[in-house]
Design a protein around this ligand. Structure first.
Ligand code: SF4
Length: 71
């Protein structure tokens, strides 16, 4: 059963991205990623998610979110 999870995301050129680093998609698919040593280890432990730098990408393959859709 789906949860009421709040997704925070910095991929600001995604169709589903919303201001202050929110994801507005109804559901997302995420797979493993080699990435992001700069990302916070825990969302709960990081109070500054809204201020994180945006990280736009060129295509889905270089995000860890397979729901990404470019504008
Ligand atoms: S990249 Fe994924 S998590 Fe980020 S806004 Fe787009 S769909 Fe949501």
């Amino acid at each position: 059963m789906p949860s009421e999870l709040e997704v925070r995301c910095t991929v600001s050129n995604c169709y589903f991205w919303a201001q202050d680093n929110f994801c507005a998609a109804d559901q997302i698919l995420i797979t493993s990623d080699q990435s992001s040593p700069q990302s916070p280890e825990s969302l709960a432990a990081d109070a500054s998610l809204s201020q994180m730098a945006e990280t736009p990408v060129q295509n889905r393959e270089i995000t860890c979110c397979h729901t990404f859709r470019a504008h």
